[in-house]
Design a protein around this ligand. Structure first.
Ligand SMILES: NC(=O)c1ccc[n+]([C@@H]2O[C@H](COP(=O)([O-])OP(=O)(O)OC[C@H]3O[C@@H](n4cnc5c(N)ncnc54)[C@H](O)[C@@H]3O)[C@@H](O)[C@H]2O)c1
Length: 259
Protein backbone atom coordinates (compact mmCIF):
# COMPACT_ATOMS: atom_id res chain seq x y z
CA UNK A 1 0.00 0.00 0.00
CA UNK A 2 1.15 3.56 -0.72
CA UNK A 3 0.19 5.42 2.44
CA UNK A 4 -1.60 8.73 2.72
CA UNK A 5 0.64 11.36 4.37
CA UNK A 6 -0.71 14.79 5.25
CA UNK A 7 0.05 17.12 2.36
CA UNK A 8 1.55 20.48 3.30
CA UNK A 9 2.56 21.82 -0.11
CA UNK A 10 6.13 22.27 1.18
CA UNK A 11 7.62 19.53 -1.05
CA UNK A 12 9.84 18.72 1.90
CA UNK A 13 12.61 16.09 1.72
CA UNK A 14 14.31 16.80 5.07
CA UNK A 15 16.39 13.84 6.23
CA UNK A 16 15.57 11.69 3.17
CA UNK A 17 18.34 9.76 1.43
CA UNK A 18 18.36 10.24 -2.35
CA UNK A 19 20.38 8.88 -5.25
CA UNK A 20 20.64 10.88 -8.48
CA UNK A 21 21.96 8.75 -11.33
CA UNK A 22 23.25 10.98 -14.13
CA UNK A 23 23.84 13.57 -11.40
CA UNK A 24 27.12 14.75 -12.92
CA UNK A 25 25.39 17.60 -14.77
CA UNK A 26 22.37 18.55 -16.86
CA UNK A 27 18.93 17.61 -15.52
CA UNK A 28 20.53 15.32 -12.92
CA UNK A 29 22.72 18.16 -11.60
CA UNK A 30 19.67 20.43 -11.19
CA UNK A 31 17.68 17.62 -9.56
CA UNK A 32 20.48 16.96 -7.06
CA UNK A 33 20.58 20.65 -6.19
CA UNK A 34 16.80 20.83 -5.76
CA UNK A 35 16.79 17.74 -3.51
CA UNK A 36 19.60 19.23 -1.37
CA UNK A 37 17.76 22.55 -1.13
CA UNK A 38 14.75 20.60 0.22
CA UNK A 39 16.94 18.95 2.87
CA UNK A 40 17.74 15.53 1.38
CA UNK A 41 21.13 13.86 1.68
CA UNK A 42 22.23 13.17 -1.90
CA UNK A 43 24.41 10.59 -3.62
CA UNK A 44 25.71 11.84 -6.96
CA UNK A 45 26.15 8.85 -9.30
CA UNK A 46 27.47 9.13 -12.85
CA UNK A 47 30.02 7.54 -15.19
CA UNK A 48 31.79 10.92 -15.35
CA UNK A 49 34.88 11.74 -13.25
CA UNK A 50 33.34 14.83 -11.62
CA UNK A 51 31.04 13.04 -9.14
CA UNK A 52 33.07 13.74 -5.97
CA UNK A 53 33.54 17.40 -6.88
CA UNK A 54 29.78 17.86 -7.56
CA UNK A 55 28.95 16.12 -4.26
CA UNK A 56 31.40 18.31 -2.31
CA UNK A 57 30.00 21.54 -3.80
CA UNK A 58 26.46 20.48 -2.92
CA UNK A 59 27.37 19.69 0.72
CA UNK A 60 29.09 23.07 1.10
CA UNK A 61 26.19 24.98 -0.46
CA UNK A 62 23.28 23.30 1.34
CA UNK A 63 24.77 21.72 4.50
CA UNK A 64 23.47 18.23 3.71
CA UNK A 65 25.40 14.95 3.57
CA UNK A 66 26.55 14.00 0.08
CA UNK A 67 28.64 11.32 -1.58
CA UNK A 68 29.97 11.08 -5.13
CA UNK A 69 30.20 7.64 -6.75
CA UNK A 70 31.45 6.80 -10.23
CA UNK A 71 29.30 4.08 -11.81
CA UNK A 72 28.45 2.82 -15.28
CA UNK A 73 24.82 1.65 -15.28
CA UNK A 74 25.56 -0.98 -17.93
CA UNK A 75 27.73 -2.88 -15.39
CA UNK A 76 25.80 -4.94 -12.82
CA UNK A 77 28.68 -5.18 -10.32
CA UNK A 78 29.22 -1.40 -10.38
CA UNK A 79 25.51 -0.78 -9.75
CA UNK A 80 25.40 -3.26 -6.85
CA UNK A 81 28.55 -1.74 -5.32
CA UNK A 82 27.15 1.77 -5.69
CA UNK A 83 23.83 0.97 -4.03
CA UNK A 84 25.68 -0.74 -1.14
CA UNK A 85 27.96 2.30 -0.76
CA UNK A 86 24.96 4.66 -0.55
CA UNK A 87 23.38 2.47 2.16
CA UNK A 88 26.73 2.52 4.03
CA UNK A 89 26.86 6.30 3.81
CA UNK A 90 23.23 7.22 4.57
CA UNK A 91 21.85 4.08 6.28
CA UNK A 92 18.96 3.79 3.80
CA UNK A 93 17.64 4.92 0.41
CA UNK A 94 14.28 6.70 0.11
CA UNK A 95 14.43 8.32 -3.33
CA UNK A 96 15.92 7.38 -6.69
CA UNK A 97 16.14 9.92 -9.54
CA UNK A 98 17.21 7.72 -12.42
CA UNK A 99 18.36 9.81 -15.39
CA UNK A 100 21.46 8.58 -17.19
CA UNK A 101 21.08 9.10 -20.93
CA UNK A 102 22.62 8.47 -24.33
CA UNK A 103 21.58 9.74 -27.76
CA UNK A 104 23.01 9.24 -31.26
CA UNK A 105 20.83 10.46 -34.11
CA UNK A 106 20.58 8.61 -37.41
CA UNK A 107 17.86 7.70 -39.89
CA UNK A 108 16.15 4.35 -39.39
CA UNK A 109 17.53 2.93 -42.66
CA UNK A 110 21.16 3.83 -41.80
CA UNK A 111 21.54 3.48 -38.03
CA UNK A 112 24.08 0.89 -36.91
CA UNK A 113 22.50 -1.89 -34.84
CA UNK A 114 25.28 -1.50 -32.24
CA UNK A 115 24.13 2.09 -31.72
CA UNK A 116 20.52 0.94 -31.27
CA UNK A 117 21.69 -1.62 -28.72
CA UNK A 118 23.72 1.01 -26.84
CA UNK A 119 20.56 3.14 -26.45
CA UNK A 120 18.72 0.14 -25.02
CA UNK A 121 21.67 -0.85 -22.80
CA UNK A 122 21.91 2.58 -21.13
CA UNK A 123 18.47 4.22 -21.38
CA UNK A 124 16.33 1.11 -20.74
CA UNK A 125 18.25 -1.87 -19.28
CA UNK A 126 20.76 0.32 -17.39
CA UNK A 127 17.96 2.39 -15.85
CA UNK A 128 16.07 -0.80 -14.92
CA UNK A 129 19.24 -2.29 -13.38
CA UNK A 130 19.39 0.65 -10.95
CA UNK A 131 15.61 0.58 -10.32
CA UNK A 132 15.79 -3.12 -9.42
CA UNK A 133 18.79 -2.77 -7.08
CA UNK A 134 17.31 0.26 -5.30
CA UNK A 135 13.77 -1.19 -5.10
CA UNK A 136 15.14 -4.34 -3.46
CA UNK A 137 16.81 -2.12 -0.85
CA UNK A 138 13.57 -0.15 -0.34
CA UNK A 139 11.57 -3.39 0.00
CA UNK A 140 14.07 -4.60 2.63
CA UNK A 141 13.70 -1.32 4.55
CA UNK A 142 9.91 -1.75 4.54
CA UNK A 143 8.87 1.90 4.43
CA UNK A 144 8.27 2.57 0.74
CA UNK A 145 10.10 4.97 -1.52
CA UNK A 146 10.03 7.09 -4.65
CA UNK A 147 11.52 6.28 -8.05
CA UNK A 148 11.49 8.83 -10.89
CA UNK A 149 12.98 8.12 -14.32
CA UNK A 150 13.45 10.60 -17.16
CA UNK A 151 11.70 9.47 -20.32
CA UNK A 152 11.13 11.84 -23.29
CA UNK A 153 8.58 13.53 -25.52
CA UNK A 154 9.88 10.97 -28.04
CA UNK A 155 7.66 8.45 -26.20
CA UNK A 156 4.58 10.15 -27.60
CA UNK A 157 5.44 11.31 -31.10
CA UNK A 158 7.78 10.31 -33.91
CA UNK A 159 10.84 12.54 -34.30
CA UNK A 160 13.25 12.28 -37.26
CA UNK A 161 16.45 10.28 -36.64
CA UNK A 162 15.35 9.28 -33.12
CA UNK A 163 14.70 5.57 -33.76
CA UNK A 164 17.31 4.18 -31.31
CA UNK A 165 16.50 6.74 -28.64
CA UNK A 166 12.74 6.31 -29.04
CA UNK A 167 12.98 2.51 -28.84
CA UNK A 168 14.86 2.83 -25.54
CA UNK A 169 12.59 5.47 -24.00
CA UNK A 170 9.38 3.67 -25.06
CA UNK A 171 10.75 0.56 -23.33
CA UNK A 172 11.34 2.69 -20.25
CA UNK A 173 7.70 3.82 -20.18
CA UNK A 174 6.61 0.16 -20.21
CA UNK A 175 9.07 -0.63 -17.42
CA UNK A 176 7.76 2.25 -15.31
CA UNK A 177 4.18 0.95 -15.58
CA UNK A 178 5.03 -2.66 -14.66
CA UNK A 179 7.30 -1.65 -11.76
CA UNK A 180 4.65 0.81 -10.49
CA UNK A 181 2.05 -1.97 -10.59
CA UNK A 182 4.24 -4.53 -8.79
CA UNK A 183 5.94 -2.27 -6.23
CA UNK A 184 2.85 -0.35 -5.05
CA UNK A 185 2.39 -3.27 -2.64
CA UNK A 186 5.65 -2.14 -0.99
CA UNK A 187 4.67 1.54 -0.89
CA UNK A 188 7.00 2.44 -3.75
CA UNK A 189 5.88 5.00 -6.36
CA UNK A 190 7.45 4.67 -9.82
CA UNK A 191 6.96 7.50 -12.31
CA UNK A 192 8.50 9.14 -15.37
CA UNK A 193 9.03 12.73 -16.44
CA UNK A 194 8.94 13.29 -20.21
CA UNK A 195 10.69 16.51 -21.25
CA UNK A 196 10.83 18.32 -24.54
CA UNK A 197 14.31 19.44 -25.61
CA UNK A 198 16.22 20.72 -22.59
CA UNK A 199 19.23 23.06 -22.71
CA UNK A 200 21.92 20.53 -21.71
CA UNK A 201 24.90 18.81 -23.34
CA UNK A 202 22.48 16.20 -24.74
CA UNK A 203 19.98 18.81 -25.95
CA UNK A 204 22.76 20.71 -27.76
CA UNK A 205 24.12 17.50 -29.29
CA UNK A 206 20.76 16.56 -30.83
CA UNK A 207 19.46 19.98 -31.87
CA UNK A 208 21.62 22.35 -33.94
CA UNK A 209 21.06 24.77 -36.83
CA UNK A 210 17.79 24.59 -38.80
CA UNK A 211 16.38 21.58 -36.91
CA UNK A 212 16.83 23.62 -33.72
CA UNK A 213 15.02 26.74 -35.00
CA UNK A 214 12.26 24.58 -36.57
CA UNK A 215 11.82 22.71 -33.28
CA UNK A 216 11.58 25.92 -31.25
CA UNK A 217 8.99 27.14 -33.74
CA UNK A 218 6.97 23.91 -33.27
CA UNK A 219 6.89 24.14 -29.46
CA UNK A 220 3.91 26.32 -28.43
CA UNK A 221 6.01 27.82 -25.58
CA UNK A 222 8.54 28.85 -28.28
CA UNK A 223 11.64 27.76 -26.39
CA UNK A 224 13.49 24.74 -25.06
CA UNK A 225 13.15 23.83 -21.36
CA UNK A 226 15.70 24.67 -18.67
CA UNK A 227 17.03 21.95 -16.36
CA UNK A 228 15.41 23.38 -13.20
CA UNK A 229 11.97 23.19 -14.86
CA UNK A 230 12.43 19.44 -15.29
CA UNK A 231 13.95 19.05 -11.82
CA UNK A 232 10.85 20.73 -10.33
CA UNK A 233 8.62 18.01 -11.85
CA UNK A 234 11.01 15.35 -10.53
CA UNK A 235 10.88 16.95 -7.07
CA UNK A 236 7.05 16.83 -7.08
CA UNK A 237 7.14 13.10 -7.91
CA UNK A 238 9.77 12.51 -5.17
CA UNK A 239 7.85 13.84 -2.16
CA UNK A 240 4.65 12.98 -0.26
CA UNK A 241 2.64 15.57 -2.25
CA UNK A 242 2.45 13.03 -5.11
CA UNK A 243 1.77 9.83 -3.13
CA UNK A 244 -1.39 9.10 -5.15
CA UNK A 245 0.47 9.26 -8.49
CA UNK A 246 2.19 6.13 -9.74
CA UNK A 247 2.94 4.61 -13.16
CA UNK A 248 2.57 8.08 -14.72
CA UNK A 249 4.76 9.76 -17.36
CA UNK A 250 4.47 13.49 -16.68
CA UNK A 251 5.00 15.55 -19.83
CA UNK A 252 6.97 18.81 -19.48
CA UNK A 253 7.09 19.98 -23.08
CA UNK A 254 5.81 23.54 -23.44
CA UNK A 255 2.83 22.07 -25.32
CA UNK A 256 4.78 20.25 -28.07
CA UNK A 257 2.74 17.03 -27.89
CA UNK A 258 -0.69 18.73 -27.69
CA UNK A 259 -1.20 18.25 -31.44
N1 LIG B 1 18.34 17.28 -22.95
C1 LIG B 1 17.24 16.91 -23.58
O1 LIG B 1 16.82 17.53 -24.56
C2 LIG B 1 16.43 15.73 -23.07
C3 LIG B 1 15.10 15.59 -23.50
C4 LIG B 1 14.35 14.53 -23.05
C5 LIG B 1 14.90 13.61 -22.17
N2 LIG B 1 16.20 13.77 -21.76
C6 LIG B 1 16.73 12.78 -20.84
O2 LIG B 1 17.13 13.42 -19.64
C7 LIG B 1 18.14 12.65 -19.00
C8 LIG B 1 19.28 13.56 -18.59
O3 LIG B 1 19.92 14.05 -19.76
P1 LIG B 1 20.53 15.54 -19.87
O4 LIG B 1 19.78 16.26 -20.89
O5 LIG B 1 20.69 16.12 -18.50
O6 LIG B 1 21.94 15.22 -20.54
P2 LIG B 1 23.39 15.09 -19.94
O7 LIG B 1 24.21 14.54 -21.04
O8 LIG B 1 23.81 16.38 -19.33
O9 LIG B 1 23.21 14.03 -18.75
C9 LIG B 1 23.21 12.65 -18.95
C10 LIG B 1 24.10 12.05 -17.89
O10 LIG B 1 24.05 10.63 -17.98
C11 LIG B 1 25.36 10.16 -17.73
N3 LIG B 1 25.52 8.82 -18.30
C12 LIG B 1 25.54 8.47 -19.61
N4 LIG B 1 25.77 7.15 -19.75
C13 LIG B 1 25.89 6.65 -18.48
C14 LIG B 1 26.17 5.36 -17.96
N5 LIG B 1 26.35 4.31 -18.78
N6 LIG B 1 26.25 5.21 -16.62
C15 LIG B 1 26.08 6.26 -15.79
N7 LIG B 1 25.83 7.53 -16.22
C16 LIG B 1 25.73 7.71 -17.55
C17 LIG B 1 26.27 11.19 -18.42
O11 LIG B 1 27.60 11.12 -17.96
C18 LIG B 1 25.58 12.49 -18.08
O12 LIG B 1 26.08 13.08 -16.89
C19 LIG B 1 18.53 11.56 -20.00
O13 LIG B 1 17.88 10.35 -19.64
C20 LIG B 1 17.98 12.07 -21.31
O14 LIG B 1 17.69 11.00 -22.21
C21 LIG B 1 16.97 14.81 -22.18
Amino acid sequence: MIEYKKVTGNFDLKGKAAIVVGGGGGIGGSTAEMYARKGANVAIVDCKDNVEEVAKDLAEKFGVKTIGLKCDVTKQEEVDKTVAAVVDAFGEINILANMPGYVELESAEKIDIDVVERHIAINAVGVFRVCQAVANQMIKQGNGGKIVCITSQADFIAINKHVGYTMSKAALVGMIKVCALEWAAYGINVNGVAPTVVNTYMGDKAWQGKVKTDMIEAIPAHRFAETDEIAAAVLFLSCDESNMITGEDLVVDGGFTIK
